[in-house]
Design a binder for this molecule. Structure first.
Ligand SMILES: C[S@@+](CC[C@H](N)C(=O)[O-])C[C@H]1O[C@@H](n2cnc3c(N)ncnc32)[C@H](O)[C@@H]1O
Length: 208
């Protein structure tokens, strides 16, 4: 009861505050998405105003009912794309879409939270068209041993406070295991967020 109050009311607010740090990445990543787009774990819809009016269609999926409702409200402040947008309940581990049906998949701070990231990556690979792009921005396990040790130690608590988020995912290797080819990948410590979540990867992974 207390946890669901937290998830429905406090957590979306926490996400909005944390998001200010990532504004530049959001502009870059979402502004570059083209064609038929799937955004997995669209959350409260913070991404919506950043999409270009030139996109063909955007499908946003989200498993949390509370966040999906917020995304539907956020769609009203993105008139340039509202008529090309479909927001639906969904799970990235079991996508309800045909093989080879999207030009672009967006994963923005979502592989940290999906319970089975390998299954989700497999599904993303399946629904992308040959030559399609997974455009990602994810916080990950630190390359430095000392910070990685702290991430491991604090992960059980972080996971509760962050509604399933993990500090220590090795998301690059998850993508590699599915056969994605990196067109670009940039791994760095984000300067605007607390040290524990500052190791991030940003890039484009291609199917084929
Ligand atoms: C840190 S939030 C980021 C939300 C959003 N991408 C953003 O940038 O604001 C993580 C998101 O992953 C979603 N999520 C968790 N499990 C998921 C799953 N199995 N499939 C799709 N999304 C999932 C959560 O509900 C939440 O919206």
């Amino acid at each position: 009861m207390l946890m669901s109050f937290y998830e429905n009311n406090i957590f979306p607010w926490v996400l909005n505050i944390a998001d200010k740090a990532f504004r530049r990445e959001r502009e870059e990543i979402l502004g570059s998405a083209r064609g038929r787009i799937l955004e997995i774990g669209i959350g409260s819809g913070i991404s919506l105003p950043f999409y270009s009016a030139q996109v063909e269609h955007i499908v946003g999926i989200e498993p949390s009912e509370a966040l999906l409702t917020k995304a539907q409200q956020a769609a009203r402040s993105a008139p340039a794309i509202a008529h090309k947008l479909s927001l639906q309940a969904g799970d990235a581990q079991n996508l309800q879409f045909d093989d080879n049906s999207f030009d672009t998949v967006i994963a923005f701070l979502v592989f940290c939270t999906i319970p089975d990231p390998d299954k989700a990556a497999e599904e993303v690979f399946r629904v992308l068209k040959p030559g399609g792009s997974l455009i990602f921005f994810e916080h990950v396990k630190a390359p430095s041993d000392s910070l990685a040790r702290w991430q491991n130690r604090l992960n059980p608590v972080w996971n509760k406070v962050g509604c399933g988020c993990n500090l220590n995912r090795t998301t690059q290797t998850v993508f590699e295991r599915q056969g994605f080819r990196f067109e670009s990948i940039d791994a760095f410590y984000h300067p605007k967020i607390i040290r524990l979540v500052s190791p991030v990867i940003k890039g484009v992974a291609k199917k084929g």
